[in-house]
Each structure stands twice: as C-alpha cells, then as structure tokens.
Design a protein around this ligand. Structure first.
Ligand SMILES: Nc1nc2c(c(=O)[nH]1)N=C([C@H](O)[C@H](O)COP(=O)(O)OP(=O)(O)OP(=O)(O)O)CN2
Ligand SMILES: [Zn+2]
Length: 136
C-alpha cells in the first residue's frame, strides 16, 4: 500500500520578479511592486511530500528524520535568508516566482531521493498564495 509522508518547513528570502530582457517600464508594468530594484522579502512555508510503498517490515515509506535532514541540508541551507536573484545560480536566468521556486526545490530533492519514491512540493509565499509542483 502507498502512503504520503510530508515535512513542513519555513524559510525567509528576498527576491524581485524581473525579466532582464525587458525594459524597466515593461518590468514595472508586469511585475509592479514585486519588481522593486531593492527587492522584497517573503516568509515561505514549504511542504515536501514523499509518496511511496509502506515497507512491510519497517512500516516506513521513508524515515521522517531522513526527510527532515534532506530538506534542511538541500533546501533550507540554500534558500533561508538569501537573496534568490543574487545568491542562487538557479535564478540567474529564471524568474523567482513561487512556481519556479517550487520547481527548483523539486529538482534539487528529486536528485537526492530514491527513484522508487514520488515527490510533490507545496510552497506558500503568503498565507493566501501557494503553488503545488508538479501539477499532476
Ligand atoms: N503567479 C504568480 N503571481 C505572483 C507571484 C508569483 O510568484 N507567482 N508573486 C507575487 C509577489 O512576489 C508577492 O510577494 C505576492 O505577495 P502578496 O502581494 O503579499 O500576495 P497576497 O495576494 O497574499 O497579498 P494580499 O495582501 O492578499 O494582497 C505576486 N504575484
Ligand atoms: Zn513576492
């Protein structure tokens, strides 16, 4: 039987929504206050879901303590209290929208997880806005 285990974490980051190929005017028009050249911060809530078979012997899908360490070392240490545009190479040419942040987190964790396990990311940018990746 399959089950979902999940880890919830929290991180703070500064960023700006910006397309370097556009004019300042177009960036302002499309991204508004979120294009602030002095950046803005968000308090992100992250939920990492790992989906897999329940091991009949251990009763585990995956040890929750292993998932906690994975999220801390691979995601929190990289994202927390950073400037996403300046500090993370992933966002050199990728706009740090919640959609893209969730995709980058998914890609990072996907590489580290047993391929038998499925992975889903839920990322809250505010209490009201969140994204799930992948959509399917
Ligand atoms: N599709 C997306 N739209 C927006 C994104 C995004 O990543 N993907 N991001 C932003 C801004 O970064 C912004 O920080 C969102 O925060 P906020 O304006 O506070 O969002 P709320 O809707 O929760 O704020 P209210 O107080 O409810 O107005 C914008 N759009
Ligand atoms: Zn924002």
């Amino acid at each position: 039987m399959r089950a979902i285990i999940a880890r919830k974490e929290h991180f703070n980051a500064a960023y700006r929504l910006h397309n370097p190929d556009w004019s300042e005017e177009k960036n302002q028009d499309i991204f508004g206050p979120y294009n602030n050249p002095n950046y803005h911060g968000c308090n992100f809530d992250l939920e990492v879901q790992v989906i897999g078979e329940i091991n009949p012997i251990t009763g585990y899908v995956m040890r929750t303590e292993d998932l906690a360490v994975l999220v801390k070392t691979q995601v929190l240490n990289k994202f927390d209290h950073k400037n996403l545009n300046l500090d993370l190479e992933e966002f050199e040419r990728l706009n740090p929208t919640i959609e893209n942040i969730a995709m980058v987190i998914w890609r990072i964790l996907r590489e580290k997880l047993d391929p038998k396990l499925d992975l889903k990311i839920r990322l809250y940018e505010t209490e009201r806005n969140f994204v799930e990746f992948p959509a399917s």
